[in-house]
Design a protein around this ligand. Structure first.
Ligand code: DX5
Ligand code: ZN
Length: 220
């Protein structure tokens, strides 16, 4: 069985109590904190930036996985690295020079990821596999939590799984959007190993119960 990672998205957390929320969700079994950055330009919503990343950093030991939904992307990367991000991922449409942006993330001491919207073709992977630590398949269109999983993402996950296996590299395959207890096994079956879940976890009073149920589904 692959190593599965649960990555709660703090987009659905209570921002008035964010330190407590991230501590609680890590105590409940989260492996990674997923940090959604939206700029009201690349996506139609506005969230949080490096200051908030820096503020939560001392509260958790697990990796912080920064999902940049911003354009342009390069100039904010050093700020997130300084703020304690471990993984930084971005959308190919938001960068004029994919290879340069991936290298910039690595030069800043972070792991690098590329994110694919439901309609973004996978050919962006063609020449950059050797610079990737993570590939994120969006199973909703980016911008909001609480949307429904788009089933077409499963086929895409399976295609990416093949590419990763063929590369022989250790690249995380993350899925983001509409992940719930009911569909996490299907995403794993398709080949995902890292699961972002916002509303499914933070929308419930007992985070541990949700994460335990997700792991039970993954163990079936
Ligand atoms: C959407 C974000 C997701 C979102 C997931 O643009 O990238 O991380 O917060 O939220 P749920 O799990 O509620 O779909
Ligand atoms: Zn995200």
């Amino acid at each position: 069985m692959p190593t599965y990672r649960i990555a709660p998205s703090i987009l659905s957390a209570d921002f008035a109590r964010l330190g407590e929320e991230v501590r609680n969700v890590v105590s409940a079994g989260a492996d990674i904190i997923h940090f959604d950055v939206m700029d009201n330009h690349y996506v139609p919503n506005l969230t949080i930036g490096p200051l908030v990343c820096e503020a939560i950093r001392p509260h958790v030991q697990v990796p912080i996985d920064v999902h940049l939904m911003v354009k342009p992307v390069d100039r904010i990367i050093p700020d997130f690295a300084k703020a304690g991000a471990n993984i930084i991922s971005f959308h190919p449409e938001a960068s004029d020079h994919l290879d340069r942006t991936l290298q910039l993330i690595r030069d800043n001491g972070c792991q690098a990821g590329l994110v694919f919207n439901p309609a973004t073709p996978l050919h962006f992977l063609d020449h950059v596999m050797d610079k990737l630590d993570l590939i994120l398949i969006m199973s909703v269109n980016p911008g909001f939590g609480g949307q429904s999983f788009i089933p077409g993402a499963l086929k895409k996950i399976a295609e990416v799984r093949q590419r990763i296996d063929a590369s022989g590299r250790d690249i995380l395959l993350e899925v983001d959007g509409g992940i719930k207890i009911e569909n996490i096994a299907a995403a794993a079956q398709a080949g995902a190993d890292t699961f972002v879940a916002g509303s499914a976890i933070f929308g419930k009073p007992d985070y541990k119960a949700v994460i335990d149920s997700m792991r039970a589904e993954l163990a079936k």
